[in-house]
Write a protein that binds this ligand. Sequence first.
Ligand code: SF4
Ligand code: SF4
Ligand code: SF4
Length: 327
Amino acid sequence: MRQIEYEIINTVEKLFADKKIDIFIGYKKGTLSLQTSPYFLSEQDDVRKLVWNSFCSNNLAVFIPRIIPNSKSKESKPVGILCKGCDSRSLVGLIKEKQINRDNLFIIGISCPGIVDRRKILSRLDGKEIIGIDEDADSIVVKLKDGEKRFEKEEYLCESCLNCAHPTPSIYDVLIRGAVYSLQAITPDPITKDFSSKPREERWKIFETEVSKCIRCYACRDACPNCYCKECFAEQTKPQWLGVSKGLSEVIFYHIVRILHQAGRCVDCGACVRACPMDINLRLFTRVMVDEVKERFGYEPGISLKDTPPLATFSADDKQEFMTEPE
Ligand code: SF4
Ligand code: SF4
Ligand code: SF4
């Protein structure tokens, strides 16, 4: 990890020295244990604060539509950004949806070994205070006042990383090759396959139970690169699509619309899941959508800049029985 961190720092330093970028988005040490924070730095800032570790969990593509204009002026330089596989797939989606221009980006891609789920580790610590963290290629060592605990990374990865088929970025200007984990990606995802195999009433019950915990903080929306609308339907007042309470019917409406808006767009990065303070299993529903789109239309978002998203095209061979003959 340290070697990769040096490579990132050296590359960013050179980009600033060569006047290729004015701003870079990466990660720095977080204020809480087992976390990092997004780090926006310009030439004046300390590039040595950049970090790369198993807790670089934010999908940094989320910031791009918010900070750079789609049209490129002659004076503006590209924005530099560090991208894992899923961040780059989100950028591909944003480019295809005309939210950003590829020329406005300088992408440092990094082959991703997977992100460790801090909640899984915290659940094994019985609330004990963490006084330090060490990390080697295979494990995380958590230092506590009364000793230390070692966690094998492979057992504590986020669910989306456990079944990630594309850990290496699909687009980049420079690629830093880290170790890519050796787990076998499976489609459909085993967890969502089990969910999809249940009767409709049972699936609805699971959905209702999960989303009933929602407090409508919108952290899931704000963590997602696909949610770039300047005014979200959930907060719109003219017209008003839904009220502001966290009553079940309004929460259900919010989630159904959010999930449907992800069809053919969600890259299964898991950022929304990690952002949710109520620990709601949001991935269960968006990953079902990912697998459905792949099965019905043979489409995976973020893999290519050339193919057309299924909701932006039509083929006479498209499967339609889910509309014409619903179960
Ligand atoms: S989903 Fe894939 S690319 Fe994204 S953090 Fe997980 S392993 Fe890395
Ligand atoms: S819905 Fe969640 S998993 Fe899908 S792209 Fe958005 S943040 Fe990532
Ligand atoms: S982050 Fe969680 S609690 Fe907040 S709106 Fe999304 S699902 Fe609801």
